[in-house]
Structure formats: structure tokens, C-alpha cells
Design a protein around this ligand. Structure first.
Ligand SMILES: Nc1ncnc2c1ncn2[C@@H]1O[C@H](COP(=O)(O)OP(=O)(O)O)[C@@H](O)[C@H]1O
Ligand SMILES: CC(=O)OP(=O)(O)O
Ligand SMILES: [Mg+2]
Length: 412
């Protein structure tokens, strides 16, 4: 593989997280070493660009680009990177692509055909897929010939049993791909690896990992392999999220379309952007604001979140025939003791007990005295997984032609 540098983009629902990795660390087979990180936050945009140089670390801040400005922002970013690095040293850019459907079970080097297939899954992840693919196309225009890779959220759940993946719909629909996929797989892959490193005894068992961020889901892993998860066909299912509704009676949709004569666009906007914590509280999509509020609607949104997260943990335990440990991760999971306590109180019947002081300190092991399940807090790192998968994809598919530069939305 040529090049010693790797840039990663993790396009989530409310932010794009950027990673800068060195590939020269420790010789062949060593994981990419993170040397920089950054963020485009679409809600709390710093509206400036910066690259702060530490002893061996770069902090990158990018303006949240308005429509049509992405190329300029990225061009500036590559320009600034070139002050510090020879951009010919750039081996690839790795992307998180949320939906791989049943089209992608492993990371790939992106070519025109792969890009078209990823595009075809956009309706199933409208908050995520367009952002990631916009970045792919913008980078193809800016640096034609540079290899780009895609790592899929869905791929980690390929180990789920056929029965688990099935909706109770006619078989033909399942065969056509209408099934449970599961998301946040890059995060769960990182958690599985980190837990195996720190507590191999626990990782070998049945572990419910709760990725609680803007998007939120839970996954039960057995010996590090996904057995079931709360998100399914799209990024709407499972627990309530910042602005997404989580599991909903499909009869409510029939009512909205039929009796209320709502359009597809109105219902999509309602379910993806106006529901969840924002919809229930009417105050904010951010749990920090809700915890700080004394309004009863804020409390109700948080209680509903905790109830549904605990309920999913119990359902997932049924899939695996039990649960030995819980792991909390992502923004809420890593930083919010109050929310972890609310969820664990609802799992007290399972013998879950927290150590209040360790929980308050966001410690790794927050298991309380007499608890029948271990409880942990782990910081996730999706970018590290994207970087490792990019290296793997480049090794196996070294000859793939890179994406043809084109304007957004126009055929090549
Ligand atoms: N340092 C923090 N302290 C408290 N809450 C946090 C912190 N960071 C993130 N959160 C909470 O986590 C949620 C966002 O999760 P995050 O994983 O950062 O989002 P995303 O899914 O966009 O990556 C918000 O509800 C926010 O309040
Ligand atoms: C799949 C998903 O919801 O991702 P995020 O949490 O990044 O929005
Ligand atoms: Mg996220």
C-alpha cells in the first residue's frame, strides 16, 4: 500500500467526526495510530476552520458547510493538511456509510458501481447516507485518483441468525431484503475489541452494549459477535433517539397516511426529525438540556428513554438466552451518570446494581456491590474501526478503480 496517512469521516446524524491516522506505527499489521481528530457539528458549529498542532496531535475544526460549500471547506482542509504533510503520503480516505443493506457485508474500496449501490440505500437512512456520499463525491472531485473506502454500520450484524433478522411479513419481502439489519456496527466492533482487551472473561459471555448518542441502539453480543440489536431495517427502529421515534406501531403510520392524509415527506420529517426526545419534550433533542430543565415534559422524555432502553436490554437478553454484562457507550452512555442510573434502576429485577460513586465518576467498571451483572462504561471510537477497515480493504482490493469525479447527483 502506498502512503502513510489516512483520513476518516464518520458522518452521523448530527455531526461529521474526522480522524487523522498514521499508518507507519509499529510496522505491518499494527493498527493505524490516531494523530488527529476533528468535528463538523451541524448544531453547535464553531464556524471556523483550524488545525491546531500538538506534539503529535492535530485538532481539526471545520465550518458546518452550507449547501454547495462542502468542496470549499474540504479544499481548505486538504490545503491546511498539506502545510504539515505531503499529501502524496495520503493512502486513502475512509468513510462510515451507515447502510450497507444486504449489498455490503465487508468494507470496500469505493468505485462507481459501489457508490451507485450505496446511493440506492439512501431512502433507508435519509439522515446519514446522503452526508457520507456527498463527502465521497466531493473528495473524488478534489483529489481524483485518491482511494476511498466505505465501512458499513450494518456489516457487524451479519452474524445475526436468519430468524432474528426476520419481520413477520410475507417471505417474498424478506427475500427482497425487507429485514432487520442493525446499525452502529462500527461502534459495537470497537466495544467488542476493547472489552476483549480489558476484560476477556466478560467479553466471552453475553453482553448488551448500549450505544446511546444522537442515534441510539442496543446490541447483544455473544463472544464478541452480534446476535440481535434494537435498530432494524432503517435507523428509526428500537429506542427513542434525539429526534427519531424508535419502534412505533405501523398502524400509527397507516392512520397518518390514511386518515390524516399526510405525505411521505411529512411523515419522514415527523419520524426522523421531530420525534424522540425533541418531540416528547418539546424543548430539546439534547439530553444535557433536558437534564438541566425543571419542566415535567423534559423529565417525561428522559423517563421514556430510560424505560425503552431498559426494555430493549431485556428483549435482547431473551434472544441470547440471558445477559451477563451491560456496557454503556456514546455521548449519553459515556457521560451521563443520571441516565445510566435511571436505566439500571429499571433493570434492578435482573439483579443490576450500580456503584453510585463510580457511576458518578464515569469509571470503567461501575458494577455495584451484590450486582448479578457487570456494568461498564467504555468510550467508543468508530473512526479507529473505519481506519483499520480501510487498511484491510486497501490490502484486499488494491486494484479497484477510484470514483470518477462528477457533480453531485449527476451520472458520470
Ligand atoms: N460530554 C458530554 N456530557 C454530557 N452529555 C454529553 C456529552 N457529550 C455528548 N453528550 C450527550 O450525548 C448525546 C449526543 O451523543 P453523541 O454520541 O455525541 O452524538 P452523535 O450520535 O451525533 O455522535 C446528546 O444527548 C448529548 O447531550
Ligand atoms: C445509525 C445512527 O443512528 O447513527 P448516529 O448515531 O451517528 O446518528
Ligand atoms: Mg453517532
Amino acid at each position: 500500500m502506498n502512503g502513510k496517512l489516512l483520513v476518516t469521516f464518520n458522518a452521523g446524524s448530527s455531526t461529521v467526526k474526522i480522524g487523522l491516522f498514521a499508518l507507519d506505527a509499529g510496522g505491518d499489521g499494527a493498527p493505524p495510530r490516531r494523530i488527529g481528530k476533528g468535528m463538523i457539528d451541524f448544531h453547535r458549529a464553531p464556524l471556523r476552520f483550524g488545525l491546531t498542532e500538538g506534539p503529535d496531535h492535530f485538532d481539526i475544526e471545520l465550518a458546518a458547510p452550507a449547501d454547495g460549500e462542502l468542496d470549499e471547506v474540504l479544499s481548505e482542509a486538504f490545503g491546511r493538511l498539506s502545510w504539515h504533510f505531503d499529501l502524496d503520503e495520503l493512502a486513502a480516505v475512509g468513510h462510515r456509510v451507515v447502510h450497507g443493506g444486504n449489498l455490503f457485508a465487508t468494507p470496500v474500496v469505493i468505485d462507481d458501481a459501489a457508490l451507485a449501490r450505496m446511493d440506492s440505500l439512501t431512502p433507508l437512512a435519509p439522515l446519514h447516507q446522503p452526508q457520507a456520499l456527498k463527502l465521497v463525491r466531493a473528495i473524488a472531485r478534489l483529489r481524483p485518483g485518491l482511494k476511498q473506502t466505505a465501512s458499513f454500520d450494518t456489516a457487524f450484524h451479519a452474524s445475526n441468525a436468519d430468524l432474528t433478522r426476520r419481520f413477520a411479513l410475507p417471505r417474498a419481502l424478506h427475500d427482497a431484503g425487507v429485514m432487520r439489519y442493525g446499525f452502529h456496527g462500527l461502534s459495537y466492533a470497537f466495544i467488542a475489541g476493547e472489552l476483549a482487551r480489558r476484560r476477556p472473561d466478560v467479553a466471552a459471555g453475553r453482553v448488551v452494549a448500549a450505544h446511546l448518542g444522537s442515534g441510539a441502539s442496543l446490541c447483544i453480543m455473544e463472544n464478541g459477535l452480534s446476535r440481535d440489536s434494537s435498530m432494524s431495517f432503517s435507523t428509526l427502529d428500537g429506542v427513542p433517539m434525539a429526534t427519531r421515534c424508535g419502534a412505533l406501531d405501523p398502524g400509527a403510520l397507516l392512520y397518518l397516511f390514511g386518515q390524516k392524509q399526510q405525505s411521505l415527506q411529512q411523515v419522514e420529517d415527523l419520524l426522523y426529525r421531530r420525534s424522540g426526545l425533541l418531540g416528547v419534550s418539546g424543548i430539546s433533542a439534547d439530553t444535557r438540556d433536558l437534564l438541566a430543565s425543571d419542566r415535567p415534559e423534559a423529565r417525561e422524555a428522559l423517563e421514556l428513554f430510560a424505560l425503552r432502553v431498559a426494555g430493549e436490554a431485556a428483549r435482547l437478553a431473551t434472544t441470547a438466552g440471558g445477559v451477563d454484562a451491560l456496557v454503556f457507550t456514546a455521548g449519553i452512555g459515556e457521560h451521563q451518570p443520571e441516565m445510566r442510573a435511571m436505566i439500571c434502576e429499571r433493570l434492578a429485577w435482573l439483579g443490576v446494581r450500580l456503584d453510585a460513586a463510580k457511576n458518578a465518576a464515569n469509571a470503567f467498571d461501575i458494577t455495584g456491590a451484590g450486582s448479578q451483572r457487570d456494568v461498564f462504561v467504555l468510550a467508543t471510537d468508530e473512526e479507529q474501526v473505519i481506519a483499520s477497515e480501510a487498511v484491510a480493504a486497501l490490502r484486499t482490493l488494491a486494484d479497484t478503480a477510484p470514483v470518477t469525479p462528477e457533480r453531485d447527483g449527476q451520472p458520470p
